[in-house]
Design a protein. Structure first.
Length: 947
RNA sequence: GCAGGGGUACCCGAGUGGUCAAAGGGGCUGGGUUUAGGUCCCAGUGCGUAGUGCUUCGCAGGUUCAAAUCCUGUUCCCUGCACCA
């Protein structure tokens, strides 16, 4: 083996880290190219919004991704691991309004700053593929896609009632409204009627739902997406209005089997039908009042309403299946925007309708029966909402049907008579992508008085953002720019106006992972070949906050581009990992249930003046409990911070920042360094524990690989950074000092250290004489077969013997009233070993243990008169243990170790460990029974007596 | 109300039938090393005990030779959806 570079005396991260980072850069080893000989692996983190500073969330995100990317490279995959910036969006524009300047300059400056922060962590990103949303070479493809969608009818403009945030000065998608408030600024959202651009995501609703079964997303993310898509299956039923030829109320229901129990129909107060129905009736003003109340309330507030208010609209509808006349109401609990904005009411089988019926004294008719002997005429207290057998049907052929059969029969009847049909209703609406803000992708449309909406011709793309704007915070800046707005119509040449809406920034993040596959392509969004080689993303890591919007939009966009023939994948992300939050302690008042800023630490609660507790809370500026990654790296080095991040919690769990734990990780790094340095200076003395170390290390490697394969990063780091270290310490304690052995081992160990802490790994690799850079090579483990397992069993026996003996010593010294100077170890007689092995054998062969005694007594070893007498007592004890032995312990026992030989070989070590001068070892019965301890001797548990 | 995830020792946290009095880390205690502090190494950290015992994994039951782990009920916490027809 070649002599390696010598190691510094001390672990000095600031000295080694930049050195290796520079080497990685110079040798361009993270630059990925298509290579059809190698299997590809696409590792990706959600690309960040470029604030000017890296925070712990970034560090955690990329420490996870980087470990995966480095491991996959080591496995011989062709890894693509790109990075870029989600750089459009309101923070930069708001900063421009607040401080002056231009969002572009602010964004570029922030990107430069955060990239500098990233660089000290040693992540293995391929910066050759860097992209930024606000780069026109990127967003021009947003515009191009938009035109393609327009051609295919996937994009459209319509006048709609939309969510408006007055602070952000823009409309919002439904998903961007949380509890009736803007997701960004928390201002209450208003409803406005505006012309807006939409994408027809509903076309893909079914596929988005179905494909969830085939992708490896966490179950709660799938649940969230299913909720959001909100599929319900049922029927559309038409109720003609009595006395008004042609006027029909359409209702959607999931329970057509209750059609004969309909006793009224309820419309949302905002339903346009209401006006014509109630016109001229005495309740007209009551309805107007109800509508006014309803429109003033957000959907959220309406959800809070307990009181079911309704107004009879003075007219009747006809049940299409039995011709019955039923009253029409407007009800404040019916949502205008869900389904048809009207409900067929079945008070006997829907609790909400039931309450409304009680309130307004409406008839209740039971048409499903729960139990055979139910009395159908009995008064009900609440609705029976489960499935039941149809009864009381006002037409032939329905009574007796149940569940799906019942539904099917009703739907068939409706379809035959042209009064309804089976139907699937979705909660998801089309994606509203218009935003009335500057810092986003301009929508490539021109408004011409003559020609209407005219798409910008493809050759005129990109539509750039103008510079002649001022950011006042009043209105859409694009409207104030004449160079932007005033254009001539591409079709007729007349004066026309450019569309001033820009696209939701979620458009940018909906396909960036595909652009990464061919990021520097000036002629296409990406080439088919590149996308087909690299897609889809094998491992995607990011925050749970994107479970709905980003992760649904990206799935939709991927499918839409597939249908444009741009690539072949159905799904963008194969496996998703949602990293947990990074928390830190903050003052907390339990009675008030309020977390306070760290400034209040030591003070009484500002609200109740009680004493403040501590509790862990998400790191945030407002609480002031953030920890700066940069200062941590300056203090301890990037490797320590990365080790802490991976070791403090599993990737998906929340983690608490702890200064003492970080310091402990730093100590561990130093320990590894010092041990490695010592190992390099060892001579070549062989010893009996060499084979143990070699075998044990093989086992560690195997365990580590399986942990890494499962992305159990915490378990993997525990093995690579702690267990291997402990093994080496034990080896040393046992007298191991074989330099040749440990230097070979060090080459493998460095490879295990590499994914989490790459800098120290490179350093150890080089010092041990490894060729080139670890980061650049496929895993090259010296993997001999795992040796004889008896080697491990022997050492396990020694270790556990010392643990037992140490415990006994403490007790013994209390008895002999002084320090013990000698220990006498009596190993169990051969027949006890036979007994144990017989027991294990019977157990493993599923022998009925109740009859074990008879079987044992028939064995040769039990034929001796004296032994025969002792067997039942010993068996009683062994029986108890039998089930409790671990496979490892069983293997020790089955190995039928020469306990006396092993202990005699180890006698010096035992003496030192136990702190006694004299160690006597013999078979129980062969020498004096010191202290009467022979009776405690069992296989792997010798009798121990101190003097 | 519905859905999903949780409650493990001083703290964090592993743990899906026997490998469990329960990994690992932090903290704390003791010992060694050191001029000292730090580092480093070793040990201890439910109770008991010259060894096979007792009690404990939110609470209460149950299944089993055996339960932190499986079942039932209950309580508390988190997350999402919510008058969705």
């Amino acid at each position: 083996m070649s002599e390696g570079d010598s190691m510094e005396e001390e672990f000095l991260p600031d000295k080694i880290e930049s050195k290796w980072q520079q080497r990685w850069n110079e040798e361009e080893i993270f630059i990925a190219d298509i290579n059809s000989d190698k299997e590809k692996f696409y590792c990706l983190e959600m690309y960040p919004y470029p604030s000017g500073k890296m925070h712990m969330g970034h560090v955690r995100n990329y420490s996870i991704g980087d470990a995966v990317a480095r491991y996959r490279r080591a496995c011989g995959y062709n890894v693509i691991y790109p990075m870029g910036f989600d750089s459009f969006g309101m923070p930069a524009e708001n900063a421009a309004i607040a401080e002056g300047g231009h969002p572009r300059e602010i964004t570029n400056r922030n990107i430069a700053l955060i990239k500098e922060d990233f660089s000290i962590m040693g992540f293995s990103h391929d910066w050759g593929r860097e992209l930024m949303s606000h780069d026109h070479n990127y967003f021009r493809w947003n515009q191009w896609f938009f035109l393609k969608f327009l051609e295919k009818g996937l994009a459209y403009r319509t006048f709609a009632n939309v969510n408006w945030c007055d602070d952000c000065n823009t409309v919002l998608a439904n998903e961007q409204v949380h509890n009736g408030r803007c997701w960004r600024c928390s201002r209450e959202v208003e409803q406005k009627d505006m012309d807006q651009w939409f994408l027809r995501i509903t076309n893909y609703a079914q596929e988005l739902l179905d494909c969830l079964d085939d992708i490896d997303f966490p179950s709660h993310v799938k649940a969230l997406q299913r909720d959001w898509l909100g599929r319900s299956e049922g029927a559309l039923i038409k109720f003609p209005v009595d006395g008004d030829e042609g006027l029909v109320i359409e209702t959607f229901t999931t329970r057509p089997d209750t059609i004969f129990g309909v006793t009224f129909v309820t419309l949302a107060p905002e339903n346009p039908l209401c006006e014509s129905l109630v016109a001229g009736h005495e309740n007209e003003s009551k309805w107007r009042e109800l509508r006014k109340q309803a429109t003033m309330l957000s959907d959220m507030d309406r959800g809070m309403l307990k009181e079911k208010k309704g107004v009879f609209l003075g007219r009747y509808a006809i049940n299409p299946l039995n011709g019955e006349k039923i009253p029409i109401f407007a009800g404040n609990f019916v949502i205008a925007s869900y389904g048809t904005g009207s409900v067929m009411a079945v008070p006997a089988h829907d609790q909400r309708d039931c309450e409304f019926a009680f309130e307004h004294d409406l008839p209740i008719r039971r048409v499903l029966i729960e139990n055979e002997d139910d009395d159908l005429e009995a008064e009900i207290e609440r609705a029976f909402e489960g499935y039941g057998t149809m009864v009381n049907s006002s037409r032939e052929g329905f009574d007796g049907l149940f569940g799906d059969d019942a539904k099917r029969a009703v739907i068939d009847a409706l379809e035959n008579e042209n009064s309804g049909n089976g139907m699937i209703q979705w909660k998801v609406r089309d994606w509203l992508i218009s935003r009335q803000r500057y810092w986003g992708t301009p929508i490539p449309i021109i408004h011409c008085d003559e020609c209407g909406l005219v798409p910008v011709p493809e050759e005129d793309l990109p539509v750039l953002l103008p510079d002649d704007v001022t950011f006042t915070g009043e209105g859409n800046p694009l409207e104030s720019s004449p160079t932007f707005s005033d254009v001539s119509c591409p079709t007729c040449g007349n004066d026309a106006k450019r569309e001033t809406d820009t696209m939701d920034t979620f458009v940018d993040s909906s396909w960036y992972f595909m652009r990464f596959t061919d990021a520097n392509n000036d002629n296409e969004c990406f080439s088919n070949d590149a996308a087909d080689y690299w897609m889809n993303v094998d491992f995607y890591c990011g925050g749970i906050e994107h479970a709905q919007m980003h992760l649904v939009y990206a799935r939709f966009w991927t499918k839409a581009l597939r249908d444009l023939g741009l690539h072949k994948e159905d799904e963008p992300f194969k496996e998703l990992l949602c990293q947990g939050m990074v928390n830190a302690q903050a003052p907390y008042c339990k009675p008030c249930n309020v977390t306070h800023p760290t400034l209040e630490r030591g003070n009484p609660c500002p609200l109740c003046s009680g004493e403040l507790d501590e509790r862990s809370a998400k790191m945030s500026k407002s609480l002031g409990n953030t920890v700066s990654p940069i200062s941590m790296v300056e203090q301890f080095g990037a490797d320590t911070v990365r080790l802490f991040i991976l070791f403090a919690a599993q990737p998906t769990a929340g983690m608490d920042w702890s200064d003492t734990a970080v310091e402990a990780c730093n100590r561990q790094m130093r320990s590894i360094w010092n041990l490695a340095r010592d190992m390099l200076s060892w001579g070549d003395d062989t010893s009996t524990v060499d084979s143990w170390l070699a075998t044990q290390f093989q086992v560690r490697k195997t365990e580590w690989i399986s942990a890494m394969e499962g992305v159990h990063l915490r378990a993997a780091v525990m093995l690579s950074h702690y267990e291997v270290y402990s093994d080496l310490i034990w080896y040393q304690r046992r007298g191991g000092q074989n330099g040749t052995l440990v230097r070979t081992l060090l080459l493998d160990w460095a490879q295990m250290l590499h994914p989490a802490t790459p800098h120290i790994a490179e350093e150890l690799w080089a010092a041990a004489g490894g060729d080139g850079l670890i980061a650049a090579r496929a895993l090259n483990f010296n993997d001999e077969e795992i040796g004889e397992t008896n080697i491990l069993a022997r050492e396990l026996f020694v270790h556990s013997f010392i643990d037992q003996a140490r415990q006994m010593k403490e007790l013994a010294e209390r008895h002999i009233d002084g320090e013990a100077t000698s220990v006498t170890i009596q190993c169990a007689e051969a027949w006890k070993g036979e007994l144990v092995r017989t027991g294990i054998e019977l157990l493993e062969n599923d022998f009925p243990m109740k009859g074990a005694m008879g079987e044992i007594m028939s064995r040769p070893f039990a034929q001796d008169e004296e032994i025969r007498r002792l067997v039942p007592g010993a068996w009683k004890r062994i029986m108890k243990q039998l089930y409790r032995w671990s496979p490892a312990e069983r293997s020790v026992l089955k190995a039928n170790l020469d306990e006396i030989g092993i202990l005699r070989d180890t006698a010096d070590f035992i003496g030192t460990e136990l702190g006694v001068m004299e160690v006597n070892i013999y078979l129980a019965g062969d020498g004096e029974d010191v202290g009467g301890k022979a009776k405690f001797a069992y296989p792997s548990e010798p009798g121990i007596a101190y003097l």
